[in-house]
Design a protein around this ligand. Sequence first.
Ligand code: NAD
Length: 494
Amino acid sequence: MPEPHAQGDFAPERRMLIGGELVGSSDGAEFDNLNPATEQVLGQVADGTKADMDRAIASARHAFDESPWSTDRALRRRCLEQLQEAIEAEREQLRAELVAEAGAPVAVTYLAQLDWPLADAFRWPAKMIDEFPWERQLSDGDLMGVTSKRLVRKEPVGVVGAIVPWNFPFEVTANKLGPILAMGNTVVLKPAPDTPWNATRIGRLIAERTDIPAGVVNVVTSSDHLVGEVLTLDPRVDMISFTGSTATGRRIMERGAATLKKVFLELGGKSAMIVCDDADLATVLPTAGAVCMHAGQGCALQTRVLLPRSRYAEGVEILTAVMQNIPYGDPTDPTVLSGPQISALQRDRVQGHIDRAVEQGARLVLGGGRPAHLPTGYYIEPTLFADVDSSMAIAQEEVFGPVLAVIPYEDDDDAVRIANDSAYGLSGGVFSGSHDRAMAIANRMRTGSVGVNGGLWYGADSPYGGYKSSGAGRQNGIEGLEQYCETKALGWSA
Ligand code: NAD
């Protein structure tokens, strides 16, 4: 593992990208970017206004309507390959930046926080520009005595507002930009105020290192969520691609209804890991420690472990040892899995979930608060609750902290029932000594993805998203490309 860049050694970009130019905000204001591990101000970034957002939308609209972007596939392919190369060239600066501004453990940057998405986020959509089924011939039609040739054609949606959260900011940004741009759309990217620099870096690289026409990508940073909300209200924006909380997703849908926005929503989760009675608990249960990855701030993390009653005590004992040994603390330490929460507000929210679980009678086995040895930084101890009932808030609500809830079950039907007893339906896992049994359970889980016996589904070519309140639509895969398209049916008399 190469040494990560030291903090501050990554030349952050404080300007936004609007209409092809790197600019400060219209009123000159900036806001602070905080390191959640040190509580220190790292530096500043432009505090975009509604006027800046208006200009960004106008630029994206103009670039869609007037530039060759939406029709020139060769240009798009070349530009996406340039962007992939440009980001790869600054990979180590970006890594250090993500560790500093997101509090992401450096080890996690070698996984889903940076290296996994960077591998293919622009390369795969670029390749798919040539392979995507842009047109589909139908059989001849015969209505009212007219014989018609018929064709279905895919076209870009138009201007997309891409709204990104702070937990896996580069991962989400890259997996939005790649497919949005490959399909010929233009975009206004709005990063979360907590993690702006990875996005402004991409903005600078686009301006300086690619042939992407001015206005095709705009990056607007702001401390004010309502600047992002302009995207949901403006009639020049055709679609919103949002990743974040279910509450904000709901609000975006409501706000977008006035102009009938198309929406892609990737929202919260309360994913279950079902462990069958024939599984090798000593091998399987250590993987449940992944709930602490990036301090539990991941929507697809398996935050509920469902254990068979016949092996419940044994399972809880192993999980206790697993959670006791989670390396947590300073995210620059390469052995650490769990860093700080993103903010004091987020830490306090997690503490509220923990306190409510105790009040409701869940058994606190481990953790439960702020670690005494880490007085600085927004840390929460790895926390384990046992004897959780599916009706408790800790089994139902997204905590977004390093908190695991263990729920006993009677048989496979009961396990599936509990796993599906959720407003969410994002992801999940199942472990069994029998592949067929595990697959049968996976097929009954009402979630957008399932890992079977430790298998991983992640990839730029793999659709990712949720059932129920976990969202609408899919990120990545052919499905992800299709959602950034309109569909046109053509008929002409033969
Ligand atoms: P959020 O969903 O409110 O914020 C995500 C993004 O949406 C940010 O860029 C923010 O500026 C923007 N935003 C907020 N309000 C908006 C609005 N009205 N219109 C347009 N854009 C808006 O997340 P949060 O408040 O920072 O976190 C709250 C909770 O959300 C967390 O505790 C966690 O449970 C959950 N969360 C989930 C995910 C996920 O990936 N599923 C990501 C972040 C947070």
